[in-house]
Design a protein around this ligand. Sequence first.
Ligand code: ADP
Length: 142
Amino acid sequence: MALEQTLSIIKPDAVGENHIGEIVAHFEQAGLSIVAMKMIRLSREQAEGFYAEHIGRPFFEGLMNFMTSGPVVVQVLSGENAIQRNRELMGATDPAKAEPGTLRARFGSIVSANAVHGSDSPVSAAREIAYFFDQDAVLLRN
Ligand code: ADP
């Protein structure tokens, strides 16, 4: 298995409900290391650029409103098979369909407020990490 990096976002619902610590602890206890982290409030422009693949979808405006509604915590996670591992830890996009114990089952409420984001492929991870972090900010622990 490969040592990988992936982008994680703790979304405004989970931040607003004070679940940052539990989510970070979940990653660390699962063997993923946080190698970069910041709390920011996304502008509309930043949110659009990040979710550009969804422009035109019926849920896009709702997604923009949600993602800009409060601060988010953006992190780079590092570890063996980190991209897929994080997707497993998150659970399904719809919290109602997420496996018990996953982050979305625990902290999400509905598909449009599902607590966390995680890159879905190596190509996405590279793009998403570069979208938020300078290269030198994420090399420290690899
Ligand atoms: P994931 O975040 O699991 O990779 P997608 O990339 O398909 O899922 O969608 C991005 C985000 O857009 C989701 O996390 C979810 O918050 C929102 N979303 C996706 N599909 C819907 C939908 N049908 N209705 C409302 N929001 C949606």
